[in-house]
Design a protein around this ligand. Structure first.
Ligand code: ADP
Ligand code: MG
Length: 153
């Protein structure tokens, strides 16, 4: 595993970070989005999905109640919010494995299903820093190198 940290000074920076990662990720990548309420997880996911859709006005509803929202894009994206998951075994019923085979999974509140998520994954940990946010990116080496390249473009 390798890691890096970036300072995201405002919401636009979180959006840009999401857009960059949309260029870097591929089918089979699982992204765990960690961080407190208001840390920017959903902002990141929305920017990522809109960039993958190449549609900056695409509706990206929160999967708070549905637990998952799926997008049939250039690479399919499944956006999970596991806050209301009762048990890790339910991840199966939500079609997580199929979604990961077909495309990219973005997972908010991954700690709710820790044991059911793949151990090999990209973790973004967002936290408040002043008026902005800090993001720590931890990823297996191959994915990490793709991410670093996309951030440098
Ligand atoms: P979460 O899904 O983690 O609860 P949200 O994505 O809903 O958090 O974001 C909460 C708020 O934080 C939103 O109002 C958003 O505009 C703001 N925000 C996102 N990224 C940043 C940033 N880098 N700096 C300042 N505010 C941000
Ligand atoms: Mg959210």
């Amino acid at each position: 595993m390798k890691s890096l940290e970036c300072l995201l000074t405002d919401e636009a920076a979180t959006n840009e970070f999401g857009e960059d990662l949309a260029l870097a990720l591929k089918a089979g990548d699982c992204v765990a989005l960690s961080g407190d309420l208001g840390a920017g997880k959903s902002t990141f996911a929305r920017a990522f999905i809109r960039a993958m859709a190449d549609d900056e006005a695409l509706e990206v509803p929160s999967p708070t109640f549905t637990l998952v929202q799926s997008y049939d894009l250039r690479i399919p994206v499944a956006h999970f919010d596991l806050y209301r998951l009762a048990d890790a075994s339910e991840l199966d019923e939500l079609g997580f494995d199929e979604a990961l085979t077909e495309g990219i999974c973005l997972v908010e509140w991954p700690d709710r299903a820790e044991e059911a998520l793949p151990a090999v994954r990209i973790t973004l940990t967002l936290s408040h820093e002043g008026d902005g946010r800090r993001v720590n990116v931890t990823a297996p080496e191959a994915a990490f190198d793709r991410i670093v390249r996309s951030l440098a473009i």
